[in-house]
Design a protein around this ligand. Structure first.
Ligand code: ZN
Length: 340
């Protein structure tokens, strides 16, 4: 077991079983939910495929007297490996269909399909190098990405879900909401009678969902996230089931906090580069500190998050990048002033 995940299983309202599946990252665990109905269970987001996760599942299912045979449906809120990784492993043992949105699935194939992410890794390392990441650090990125292939294998045969439609989960019909920004194609699931929201990683308590630039996805990930938050704010939610940490009741308030966090971060970035023009990598180090250096996983998230904010400001015309030697250097546009 990962350190810090003491209680693996919690019983929630409606007979929902929350299983904290351990992760070898700072996040510590991902939440899987088993939602019961008369025929058995729907499994949401089974976790990353590691020996520790398999062990945790084996203990949790045994403890709850849940057999593989009783899991008749598997749903993935989104494509990230900590949610998707064990889907194929569970499908082999249960025979259950695995549901995911088409856009989310396309991402899995880009990272872990026939070329095992070679094109993606090349695009990401090129982007990072252009944004000032030192070559010795850039070289860690591709092997790090490849290390995930075994953590998402075997991969499932999938059936596509469509935002705007409903899906029967447990004894209810849940509305599927397209929720991009953290992951293109991510779906949130809303149950209007109980006012419950399965929110994947879109709205998390205590921690801010990662917003990353993704090479080849030519849109403003941060703007998409903020727009999605605005849409989700319109739902009346009494209990939210997040992908990380614990279920929470202050969904609307949490959305306001997350939006405010990004506004503060955008202002902080403008203030930093007004003092001194800098590369995306230098900015990343200023924002997240040297503590992320040496941890390739955390560095990748920090770098891609920094760039999502930087490119958002660039699209808004508030900062401008110019090429100096081999990389881009950003400065605040002369016509704009930064004021808190
Ligand atoms: Zn995620």
């Amino acid at each position: 077991m990962s350190e810090g995940v003491q209680t693996k299983v919690s019983l929630l309202p409606g007979g929902i079983v929350q299983v904290k599946v351990p992760l070898p990252f700072s996040l510590r665990w991902v939440n899987s939910y088993l939602i019961p109905d008369a025929a058995g269970y729907t499994l949401i987001d089974p976790g990353l495929h590691t020996d520790e996760a398999v062990q945790a599942w084996s203990e949790s299912l045994h403890e709850q007297s849940i057999s593989f045979d009783s899991i008749h449906t598997i749903i993935l809120t989104h494509q990230h490996p900590d949610h998707y990784g064990l889907a194929g492993w569970f499908q082999e043992r249960t025979g259950a269909p695995v549901y995911i949105s088409e856009l989310s699935y396309a991402y899995t194939q880009r990272l872990w399909g026939v070329d095992l992410g070679a094109e993606f890794a090349a695009s990401l390392t090129e982007l990072y190098a252009e944004q000032g990441m030192p070559q010795s650090v850039v070289e860690e990125i591709a092997p790090h990405l490849v290390s995930f292939v075994e953590r998402v294998s075997p991969q499932p045969t999938v059936t596509f879900l469509k935002a705007g439609e409903t899906m029967a989960i447990g004894d209810s019909e849940w509305h599927m909401i397209d929720s991009p920004g953290h992951a293109r194609g991510q779906l949130c699931f809303y149950e209007p009678l109980k006012k419950w929201m399965l929110c994947g990683d879109q709205v998390l308590p205590n921690i801010t969902p990662n917003i990353s630039v993704v090479p080849g996805e030519n849109h403003d990930q941060l703007q998409q996230f903020l727009d999605s938050l605005e849409e989700l704010k319109g739902y009346e939610v009494e209990l939210a089931f997040p992908g990380h940490r614990d279920p929470f009741t202050n969904f609307g308030e949490r959305i306001v906090q997350l939006a405010a966090h990004h506004e503060r971060r955008l202002l902080q970035i403008r203030e930093l580069i007004q003092v001194e023009p800098m590369t995306g990598y230098t900015l990343c180090m200023r924002l997240f500190g040297e503590r992320i250096a040496g941890n390739t996983h955390n560095l990748r998230f920090a770098m891609s998050e920094t760039l999502a904010h930087l490119f958002h400001l660039e699209r808004q015309g508030l900062v401008a990048g110019t090429r100096q030697h081999d990389c881009m250097v950003y400065s605040v546009k002369p016509t704009t002033t930064v004021s808190p």
